[in-house]
Design a protein around this ligand. Structure first.
Ligand code: DX5
Ligand code: ZN
Length: 220
């Protein structure tokens, strides 16, 4: 079956101490570090870009799960590949006829391709990308409107996760937004195996405990 990947969202970390925050999460049992890249255009918030990934990469060999909330993902493939990103997840809403080129380019630059969708986007939109000869290897189902951490989980999105899991038994399915000990059950039951969690992990005095609760729920 699919393995649990627990990915603390570094958006909720102390950005002025990013290297030590990353180490702390790995010591607490994180599998991946989720990096939220926002361009101030696709979403109404601006975060970090390739230079920060490059700096962080010098301090850690952790899997950097980059979620690109940007209007022109193709422009970011080369810089993120060079910077040492591990996963490159772009949004289906901004791809027109260029997603095949995008997926191939991501792989050519040594990264693992993923596709994300906003709450209002139908799940059918990602099927061609999962079924292509050179497919995406993960689908990220947003469970909040992208842009900010600390928002409320949208349980209606679990229909998308269930549909995907039924159709693709071995696909990595990531959920992102409002995940924590009180919502993980819904996501795990629906079939999600990659769990992004920002405020629930960083806002808890014992992140290791939260991470282990999330993992247990997925593995059961
Ligand atoms: C939102 C980001 C999420 C966010 C999750 O646009 O994609 O990764 O940081 O944070 P929480 O877990 O606090 O909802
Ligand atoms: Zn994210």
């Amino acid at each position: 079956g699919v393995m649990a990947k627990i990915a603390p969202s570094m958006l909720s970390s102390d950005f002025s101490n990013l290297a030590s925050e990353a180490d702390r999460m790995i010591k607490c049992g994180a599998d991946w570090l989720h990096m939220d890249i926002m361009d101030g255009h696709f979403v109404p918030n601006l975060t970090i870009g390739a230079p920060v990934i490059e700096s962080l990469r010098k301090h850690t060999n952790a899997y950097l799960d980059c979620h690109l909330m940007v209007t022109n993902p193709l422009d970011y493939v080369e810089p993120f590949g060079k910077a040492g990103a591990s996963g490159f997840t772009f949004h289906v809403e901004v791809t027109k006829d260029n997603w095949q080129e995008l997926i191939r380019d991501i792989k050519a630059k040594g990264m693992r391709p993923g596709v994300a969708l906003k709450p209002g986007t139908p799940i059918e939109d990602v099927y061609p990308l999962v079924e292509d000869e050179v497919p995406v290897e993960m689908v990220l189902v947003m469970t909040v409107e992208p842009g900010f951490g600390g928002q409320k989980f949208m349980p209606e999105m679990m229909n998308k996760v269930r549909t995907l899991r039924k159709k693709y038994p071995s696909l990595d399915i990531e959920v992102d937004g409002g995940l924590g000990p009180s919502t993980i059950e819904m996501a795990a039951t629906a079939g999600a195996n990659c769990i992004v969690a920002g405020s629930s992990v960083f806002g808890d005095p014992e992140p290791a405990r939260v991470i282990s609760v999330l993992r247990k729920c997925v593995d059961e």
